[in-house]
Design a protein around this ligand. Structure first.
Ligand code: ST9
Ligand code: ZN
Ligand code: ZN
Length: 340
């Protein structure tokens, strides 16, 4: 059944695809395909992943305990550096540079971001970006790898514990990945991923702290496991919480929301209603206040030294028109509700 409507019904029990149309004329997302609720599905659980993620999350709790009680200050500082660098490998690298092409980067920055990205171990950039382009193109349908209409757990981590929905593989061919497949740095990362990832994500963070006298045991659980799983959950919150709980100043017809707490954990990626409305903006936020958007600070710094260029953004005029047409009224300037 195909129906045409302006608003997806909230929480409606319906198994059909709903074709819904916004009033937008000046953005590329005028027509979106939505399933208000995913169809029932038999899960093909991948027990190997269940075991690995269970182990990692137990290690995360133990590492957090060691972080609070037992490690040297230098190790805590190193943890923070690793968190931000691996975060940037996802936000400034896989997400804003490669998946969305919201700016361009010279070779040294592409190498640096590939290193940071491998530190984050979220699979090779080409695979990450393919899933993410699906997430935007087929948002909230079964062809979206972390379809948030399946609930918090599925969009947070459940999608990594089961085989992908056949729709993802069926519609995957509509995504052009040639730009990234032709990048020699990304080809190198993909080709040697099985060697590079353990070396950079686990071995390096375990060995480096011994230089200032930390034990291998503490370094492994704090700088490798605790840090890795913390960044994973910071990332996953963008798929779960930032599709569920918050305001929609730019487009009330979509599920992604603005949620500042997620922006802190995800170093600037919690302005998700804005991001899904204007995915080509390198700020991934309207204002890009540095305290909530370290990623913008990083890209601006790289632009200042000439390593990043052609930064794409959206004019205030276009944002204002869009807010007035499709926003939920919560915008800090153009909202008709709370104008504080
Ligand atoms: C991880 C990723 O955690 C997290 C990503 C989050 C994204 C967040 C985005 C939010 C915005 C950005 C915010 C950043 C914030 C950062 C904050 C930082 C502080 N198109 O996958 P397979 C086909 S990873 C087209 O094995 P299965 C294709 O032919 C964690 N085709 O499917 C493929 O073969 P190939 C570490 C596609 O068997 C074949 O299917 N990694 C597509 O169903 C098989 O693909 C892990 O734990 C597509 N999109 O298995 C690994 N997808 O690749 C977890 C697939 O050769 N993953 N095909 O072309 C797995 O084990 C498996 O993928 C699976 C599914 C079990 C989940
Ligand atoms: Zn999203
Ligand atoms: Zn995106």
């Amino acid at each position: 059944i195909i129906t045409r409507r302006k608003m997806p019904p909230q929480g409606a029990e319906q198994e059909s695809f709903v074709l819904y149309e916004t009033d937008a004329k000046d953005d590329q997302d005028a027509i979106k395909h939505m399933t208000p609720q995913a169809e029932k599905r038999v899960w093909k659980i991948v027990w190997r992943n269940v075991a690995i993620f269970t182990y990692l999350h137990i290690g995360f709790l133990y590492g957090a305990y060691l972080f609070l009680t037992n490690v040297m200050w230098t190790t805590r500082l190193f943890w923070l550096v690793l968190y931000v660098c691996s975060g940037l490998g996802i936000t400034a690298g896989a997400h804003r540079l490669w998946a969305h092409k919201s700016y361009k980067a010279k070779l040294p920055l592409r190498i640096l971001l590939t290193f940071f990205n491998t530190l984050a171990f979220q699979d090779a950039v080409v695979d990450w970006a393919r899933d993410h382009r699906m997430h935007h193109k087929y948002s909230e349908t079964d062809a979206d790898p972390h379809n948030a209409t399946r609930g918090f757990f599925f969009s947070h981590v459940g999608w990594l514990l089961v085989r992908k929905h056949p729709q993802i593989k069926a519609k995957g061919h509509t995504i052009d990945m040639s730009d990234l497949r032709n990048d020699p740095v990304l080809r190198f990362q993909k080709k040697y991923y099985l060697y590079l990832m353990p070396l950079i994500c686990f071995i390096m963070p375990t060995v480096v702290p011994t230089l200032w006298g930390e034990s291998l045991w503490n370094a492994y659980f704090v700088c490798a496991v605790f840090r890795y799983v913390a960044v994973l959950n910071g990332t996953w919150l963008v798929n779960s919480a930032a599709h569920l709980w918050g305001s929609k100043p730019y487009d009330r017809h979509i599920n992604p929301v603005e949620i500042k707490a997620v922006s802190v954990a995800a170093i600037g990626e919690g302005f998700h209603n804005y991001h899904h409305t204007f995915p080509w903006d390198y700020k991934a936020a309207e204002l890009g206040n540095y305290s909530f958007n370290i990623t913008k600070l990083f890209i601006d710094t790289m632009a200042a030294i000439g390593w990043a260029y052609d930064l794409k953004t959206v004019s205030t005029d276009v944002v204002e028109k869009r807010v007035k047409r499709t926003g939920d009224g919560s915008h800090h300037v153009w909202g008709w509700g709370d104008k504080n």
